[in-house]
Design a protein around this ligand. Structure first.
Ligand code: 8YV
Length: 312
């Protein structure tokens, strides 16, 4: 019998294709309202952008799985899920390299102003002007906020650029020799590039605010490949306008995909549309792992990648 599941965010075509090939009946939560139909839904599926709250769960008495196609699941009320015996899964590991690649790409892009110089050449400005000199990335100081899989992978890449690495996270990692700082503000005061790689959610909301940016200073750059919510965006925009920091390279924002026009107009930023995991290889691997979680759930087998809060 075909299983009925419900998508709680737009799903990319490759994910939809895999679901259809596996014969799932996929409802869209914006169209399904009838309680009889809702009670047939046994699993929810969505990307990292998915919002799953108590109100939604109350409408879905038979849901027992929330499968997120993404490593971040900050939109899911995991406590509410656990209270109802619902397990949440995500896709860690398979996207680590791509996210770290983009973080390093953003460091180089803002440090060397690659998009800006590209525009300079295309506009024909090179004919009678020279692009202002920038500062060297190799050997600069990188501070990483969050030393999980992605943070470690960014550090590995930065080490190949002879960058001097330090970090902050809950507790120092015994196996790492990089300098540890207790707070993001202390870390920011010591670095040229501050790279954010912590999970989103209440614990990290606006953790990069005025004091961190002030500590980063007018020669420092902010890079964010985590979640827009981690950075106090209006405060960042003001700091960029005032040149209180040198620049920012951001893959994630408040209210995606609507981007503050002031931010879009700034010359000292590089902006990418939440594409850190957006390669064919990684998105296929994420879809495959999501499908494995769904399949294991319906076959009553151990789930390949439950979120830590739902792990035994
Ligand atoms: C995408 C992400 O948002 O994994 C995450 O947490 O932010 C991204 O990979 C998305 O979930 C892709 O489906």
């Amino acid at each position: 019998m075909a299983q009925e599941i419900m998508q709680v965010s737009p799903l990319p075509p490759f994910m939809m294709k895999a679901l259809q090939e596996a014969d799932y009946i996929v409802h869209d939560h914006t169209h399904i309202k009838d309680p009889g139909a809702l009670s047939k839904v046994t699993a929810l599926i969505g990307t990292g952008a998915a919002k799953v709250d108590k109100k939604l769960l109350t409408m879905l008495p038979n849901v027992k799985l929330v499968a997120i196609c993404g490593v971040g699941y900050d939109g899911v009320d995991v406590t509410a899920c656990k209270d109802k015996g619902i397990v949440v899964t995500h896709t860690p590991g398979v996207l680590t390299d791509d996210v770290a690649d983009l973080a390093m790409g953003l460091v180089l892009s803002i440090g060397r102003r690659i998009p800006q110089v590209d525009k300079f050449v295309r506009n024909g400005d090179w004919v009678d002007d020279e692009f202002p000199l920038v500062t060297t990335v190799s050997g600069a100081r990188m501070g990483i906020v969050g030393m999980g899989r992605i943070g470690r992978s960014i550090a590995k890449r930065a080490a190949a650029f002879d960058m001097r690495i330090s970090y902050t996270c809950r507790d120092p990692k015994a196996d790492l020799s990089y300098a540890f700082h207790k707070t993001a503000t202390q870390l920011a005061a010591q670095v040229d590039y501050l790279v954010v790689a912590v999970p989103g959610g209440d614990d990290t909301k606006n953790m990069i605010g005025a004091s961190v940016l002030q500590a980063l200073g007018n020669r420092g750059y902010l890079i964010n490949v985590a979640r827009g919510s981690v950075v106090d965006q209006p405060v960042l925009v003001q700091a960029l306008k005032d040149k209180a920091i040198a620049g920012a390279a951001l893959d994630v924002f408040w209210d995606e995909p609507i981007i503050d026009p002031e931010l879009r107009r700034l010359p000292n930023v590089v902006l990418t549309p939440h594409i850190a995991s957006a390669t064919i290889e990684t998105r296929s691997a994420m879809a495959a792992l999501t499908m494995e979680n769904l399949q294991a759930f319906y076959e009553r087998k151990p789930l390949p990648s439950p979120v830590p809060e739902c792990s035994a």
